[in-house]
Design a protein around this ligand. Sequence first.
Ligand code: SF4
Length: 407
Amino acid sequence: MPLNRSKKKTPMPTQKPEVRRRNFNEVALGYSEEEAVSEAQRCLQCKKPGCVEGCPVQVQIPQFIKRIAERDFEGAIKIIKETNSLPAICGRVCPQETQCEKNCVLGKVGEPVAIGRLERFAADWERAKGIHPPVIPKKLGKKVAIIGSGPAGLACAGDLAKLGYDVTIFEALHKPGGVLVYGIPEFRLPKIIVEQEVEFIQQLGVEIKTNMVMGKVLTIDDLFEMGYEAVFIGTGAGLPKFMGIPGENYLDVYSANEFLTRINLMKAYSFPNTDTPIKVGKKVAVIGGGNVAMDAARSAIRMGADEVHIVYRRSEEEMPARKEEFENAKEEGIIFDFLTNPVRIIGNENGWVKGIECIRMELGEPDASGRRRPVPIMGSEFIMDVETVVIAIGTGPNPLLTKPLKA
Ligand code: SF4
């Protein structure tokens, strides 16, 4: 029987909202040893653990949690790393609530075991003690190329290196990490964590070549000619979508990609100590309801905006963002305008944004996504005064490798 019978997860200590809304330091502070052991003692050690089925890389969850409950933290991280080379990242930003934790049996009567928080604890414990260099496997003499050093590329590289392949990652940007460094903000995933997990992948023997825009610098045919026997394309979704409404070309209308890349990867929050500036007005509207929209809104408030709105055309119930991120955003003072859709962006005579015209929506019948379709309420148009607009309605794959190149 578990020693901790609480129906709720052990709370995660966090920075207070009124403090964190003005800094870029990590919001969640991580479990202490006592908190981790206590949370691990909630696990029932199921014979048929649903949590493992929900994990895309099949981490042996009950086994590592048992080690934490026994205070064998080294044993815990060893088990995690058998199948997951990026535990400090996954423990922080994996959507556990729709994967392992969704399948946890405790979720039927209360909250599931905080699997992600325990994974993060084990990874952070190891980092604090000093990560042991991994055992380098015997080489097979076969070369694999990976395009993109985001989570997919890094995970693939780690697994192939452990099997003995010679792996080279080709990264378009000047730093490895993909969306982990350009998209996810420092306050959710500190860059130092990404750097250390990338170092671990390199210690496995993986070579990373940066500033390699594949499709431009080299083609896939070039890679095969260079002796690579397989190519994994993990280029992510770096092409922003726009709404196609009038005014999207006004100054201070950003795609969330550009907005977050400037702030995260290029550290615009430290400008002029860094090279990349960003202009964020006092009133900001972020269009969209996913995690990227939450990241953009929470970044805007940290950049000094007084008022940040999330404008989302459906209701709270349909919003795709993680619940935890939504709650964090609300605590930090983000204003949510549900059932509201922009119809045009308004600019001044110099081309700068001064507002958006929106229309109120109501929910109709479910659409192909299964969510109720938002329908405009005619005559409900109104103007929202804002100085900055960030569009976070989704992204598509980078076209360089998916469309034929022009001669
Ligand atoms: Fe533990 Fe939940 Fe997994 Fe069961 S399903 S082993 S209780 S984490």
